[in-house]
Write a protein that binds this ligand. Structure first.
Ligand SMILES: [Fe+2]
Length: 200
C-alpha cells in the first residue's frame, strides 16, 4: 500500500464521476482506464499551505472534489513550472501546480494530462502558450481568462475554457484565488512557454 493511497484513489474516483456527468470534459478527452498510482516524492512550494487551508463548506460534488484536492496538497509533488528568468518572483510565490494524472503524474497514463493548478488572489499569469490543446475546468474561486483572438471571460466554479494549440492565454485574479484543472490530451512533451507580454 502506497502512502496516502486511499486519499489518492478517492480523489481519482470522484473526478472520474465528474467526467461522466460533464460533457465538456468527456468530449474533450475520454477518461483513461486502468490508471496506476505510482510512488512519487512530495514537493512543497509556497502555495502548498495556501491550498491545504482552503476548504469548501458546500455539499455539492464539486465541494467534495475541492476538499479532497485540498487534503492532497500536503502529499503531492508541487511544481512552479517557470524559472525566475521567465517570470517574476512574486508570480512564483503565488502560483503552482501538480500533475495528478499524466505521463509523469501521481497516476500514470499516456492518454491525458490533468494538472491541479492554484493561482492566488491579485495575481497575473502572463501570456503563454504550448503545443497541446487544453481545457481549463474551474473547481473553485474565479479569474479572468484572456486568449488570442477571443473575448475575455470571467470563469467560476464548473466553467470551462478551451485553448487551441499555440493560442496564447493569460489569467488574472482579483479578490479571489482560483483552483482549476488543466487538461491536455496530447503533445505533453512540449511544455508551456511565456510569449510576448503584449500579445493579447
Ligand atoms: Fe495553458
Amino acid at each position: 500500500m502506497l502512502n496516502n493511497e486511499s486519499l489518492f484513489i478517492r480523489t481519482k474516483d470522484e473526478i472520474e464521476k465528474l467526467w461522466s456527468n460533464n460533457k465538456k470534459l468527456s468530449d474533450f478527452v475520454i477518461w483513461p482506464k486502468n490508471l496506476v498510482l505510482k510512488e512519487k516524492n512530495i514537493n512543497k512550494i509556497n502555495v502548498t499551505e495556501k491550498l491545504s487551508i482552503w476548504k469548501s463548506s458546500g455539499n455539492d460534488q464539486i465541494d467534495k472534489i475541492h476538499n479532497l484536492i485540498s487534503d492532497l496538497s500536503q502529499v503531492v509533488y508541487w511544481e512552479s513550472g517557470y524559472s525566475e528568468n521567465e517570470v517574476n518572483q512574486e508570480f512564483l510565490s503565488k502560483y503552482g501546480f501538480f500533475e495528478l494524472i499524466g505521463p509523469t503524474g501521481h497516476f500514470l497514463t499516456s492518454e491525458m494530462g490533468l494538472w491541479v493548478n492554484f493561482l492566488d488572489k491579485n495575481s497575473y499569469y502572463p501570456p503563454h502558450n504550448h503545443e497541446a490543446e487544453e481545457l481549463y475546468f474551474v473547481v473553485s474561486g474565479e479569474a479572468k481568462f484572456e486568449s488570442e483572438d477571443e473575448q475575455s471571460q470571467i470563469l467560476k466554479s464548473k466553467d470551462t475554457r478551451f485553448h487551441k494549440s499555440y493560442q496564447a492565454h493569460s489569467i488574472t485574479t482579483f479578490d479571489e484565488k482560483i483552483l482549476s484543472f488543466v487538461i491536455w490530451k496530447n503533445k505533453f512533451e512540449n511544455v508551456s512557454k511565456m510569449v510576448d507580454p503584449n500579445s493579447l
